[in-house]
Design a protein around this ligand. Sequence first.
Ligand SMILES: *Cc1c(COP(=O)(O)O)cnc(C)c1O
Length: 468
Amino acid sequence: MVTNTRRAARRHHEPDVVELNPVFARPGEATEIPKFRLPDEEALPATAYQIVHDEAMLDGNARLNLATFVGTWMDEHASRLYLEAADKNMIDKDEYPQTAAVETRCWTMLAELWHAPDPEHTIGTSTIGSSEAAMLGGLALKRRWQHARQAAGKPTDRPNLVLSSAVQVCWEKFCNYFEVEARYVPISWEHKVLDGYDLESYVDENTIGVVAIMGVTYTGMYEPVAEIAAALDRIQEATGLDVPIHVDGASGGMVAPFVQPDLAWDFRVPRVVSINTSGHKYGLVYPGLGWVVWRDLESLPDDLIFRVSYLGGDMPTFALNFSRPGAQVLLQYYLFIRLGRAGYTAVQQTSHDVALYLSGEIAKMPAFELWNDGSDIPVFAWRLREGHTSNWNLYHLSDRLRTKGWLVPAYPMPVDLTDVTVQRIVVRNGFSHDLASAFLADLRDEVDYLDALTGPMPAEGQRSGFHH
Ligand SMILES: *Cc1c(COP(=O)(O)O)cnc(C)c1O
């Protein structure tokens, strides 16, 4: 990524230096600063600040970014806490015992929210995001499977994990980094998500688990965890294999408990052994926070846990990182007590209403056909209606919307459906009815513009902008 931007900068003959605006330059100070080399001399703090501030200003406007799931706004109390807690190191439980205690409170609350049988006697942790949380969930599945296989005197060299072809990239990483064969169940028009169909063709004695996604990144749809579990029950009856489920609730873990409280997708399903979520998605915290919780202590093999010093005793930790920021954990706690169940319900319900309003309006436009309507997590995708036009496609529309500031990515669906291009909107807190109406007006204008073309738009240089 970094090298690519540097190459791009070179290709476009961008200078290798940042030039200082004369208004900010102080007498005697350098007027240029190298971009890719550590400067030889110091700069004044005010000058350095101005340079970084100006660079960051060129980033997009987060408010108009309908592509990301990640939090871009917190209130001023949260901002104050963030600054006050910027120095806290999550791993240093001895130095920051209170932050450690708050972390435990947070994941215990999640365990309760997700119906763990005994929330106070299970185990969980904060992470840097759902990716790290997924790795930990996957590692626990793998180790549990290894223990069981070893105890039965069977080989442990070919573990596999069964997941939808529409999984988030973190699961591909897990399988690659930790040498687990990924068995992708392809999605299709008939089976838009992993739903248990044909699962017996993928599961065998080397299957460490099945991943169920609550809020598929591509489309926002829930995978029916209970149906997947029922398919695994049938497999167990037929073969004796007892395969656990990890739920990737990166988004849905913080939506379903509030918007669909009666949907049993969590520890109410006995096969679910662990669940992750992103505190920085619908948990409403700034980037850098995920959570993973296990059903009970037995679900996380003890030999994966390390002990760090904590007030003269020791504290269990299970993480890929060592040092990392503790501030986000405090921000999550702030929101848990600030909003409570009622507040989270109100916030998520509002996003949900906006998503349904938007998808309803988009469904009425003759150019489009919905893939889904945003009634799971407030995220939905649509495609160009077949036969509507051959003059333009969704990439062109995405570009046109970008000129108005809206970031609405178009991208191909995963393997087996790559000929289907969709466009997706992620409705987050702050994307109000008002903004949604403004967006719809721009969308209609741009579609009218494209529909009025008398010849095809050029297809050159188009690139998918898939954002997680
Ligand atoms: C975003 C996402 C992830 C990765 O989460 P991060 O918090 O960005 O690391 C994993 N799974 C799903 C389903 C996601 O939507």
